[in-house]
Design a protein around this ligand. Structure first.
Ligand code: FES
Ligand SMILES: [Fe+2]
Length: 368
């Protein structure tokens, strides 16, 4: 598997940005969850006192026990009713040192003296929204540069909320997935789209694709696809949100998070607007929404099937009649280099690009 260095992305192995690290459902029980991203192990849990979600580096500073690995035999866990989460704290199963949401040790049961300042683990910036848990990952340790993902549709009763499809691990560097944002030429052979209009735009940390055309995978119950419009943006390097209109009004979310340098974990989800106006009371709307999410998942799996078996594209043979692959690759580099240098990358790519021979995008109803 190729690495960030192989793709010449920049100084950092893993990019700066918001990344999904769990379906919030994974925290429905009060047990902590062991997760691994960015080549590191973490302990993830929901505090039992406030419900706040906490992400800590996994290994206890005392003797390096994993704070969240499954454990059924320590009396810390047994006496905690099957969990070592205590209030909003977590207690190490081995010698029972307890750590707060700030990562600092706040109790050593057999030690009366002051707790050593070094008895702490890193606590990460976490947000919960859209049914997911997000971490701000920053190799420089800075504050978030933009807001975590939110959507007004999530709290709108006219929309059927999504449930996540966990697509598992893809053993490809995320660069291969990012390329998709400007891959106009795969839309017909892979998805059966007849692309009528197409353009890309880069603006700071956001990379957008706008296109429209009929589609052979995303079709209605009658098997027919009207002209489908998709306006799709990466918000930073790991979160893709797409607005689909023409069939059902829907919002698609695809997230990918580095596990190791050259592998990612991928989730997919889709929210659909209820034609009846109130999704909470209409069972058929939920059924229709789930069916459309499944069509969308199958459309994404058409990309996925290729990615599972391809070799890394380190030097593509890119053509002017395709989307601006090299612009997208330069855009992506801003996240692998110090924040102070991001304008160098943004200034090279900010703007709108239309492949040679393509028709620029217009929103539905606009004059051609
Ligand atoms: S290893 Fe965690 S308390 Fe000893
Ligand atoms: Fe695709």
């Amino acid at each position: 598997m190729a690495t960030s260095k192989d793709y010449r992305l920049g100084e950092f192995t893993f990019p700066r940005g918001w990344f999904m690290i769990a379906d919030a459902k994974a925290l429905d029980t009060h047990k902590p969850v062991a997760v691994r991203f960015f080549g590191k192990d973490f302990a993830l849990y929901r505090g039992r006192a406030t419900g706040k979600v906490v992400l800590l580096d996994a290994y206890c500073p005392h003797m390096k026990t994993h704070l969240a690995a499954p454990n059924n035999t320590s009396y810390v866990v047994i006496d905690g009713g099957g969990s070592n989460v205590e209030g909003d704290d977590i207690r190490c199963p081995y010698h029972a040192w307890r750590f707060g949401p700030d990562g600092k040790c706040n109790d050593i049961p057999y030690h009366n003296g002051p707790i050593p300042a070094a008895a702490c683990v890193k606590s990460w910036t976490i947000k919960e929204s859209l049914g997911a848990i997000w971490v701000w990952h920053d190799p420089e340790g800075g504050e978030p540069e933009w807001e975590h993902p939110t959507l007004p549709q999530w709290d709108d009763p006219a929309w059927v909320r999504w449930t996540f499809d966990d697509l598992g691990t893809l053993n490809q560097h995320p660069q291969e997935v990012i390329d998709n944002i400007c891959d106009s030429a795969h839309l017909s052979p892979i998805h059966g789209s007849t692309v009528q209009r197409y353009e890309n735009e880069f603006d700071g940390h956001i990379a957008t694709q706008r296109q429209c055309g009929p589609h052979r995978t995303l079709v209605g119950a009658d098997g027919v696809s009207p002209v489908l419009h998709t306006v799709t943006s990466y918000h930073g390097p790991g979160v893709l949100i797409s607005y689909l209109t023409g069939l059902y009004d829907s919002v698609l979310l695809i997230t990918h998070t580095p596990i190791e340098d050259g592998s990612i974990k991928v989730w997919h989800a889709l929210m659909v607007k209820s034609p009846g106006g109130n999704a909470t009371v209409t069972v058929p709307d939920t059924v229709a929404a789930r069916q459309f999410q499944e069509s969308s998942r199958l459309a994404f799996m058409q990309d996925f099937e290729v990615w599972m078996n391809k070799a890394p594209c380190l030097n593509g043979m890119f053509l002017p009649t395709e989307g601006p692959f090299m612009k997208a690759r330069i855009w992506y580099r801003q996240f692998f280099n110090p924040r102070a240098t991001k304008a160098e990358y943004q200034n090279q790519v900010n703007g709108v690009y239309v492949p040679r021979g393509a028709v620029p995008y217009t929103t539905p109803g606009e004059a051609a």
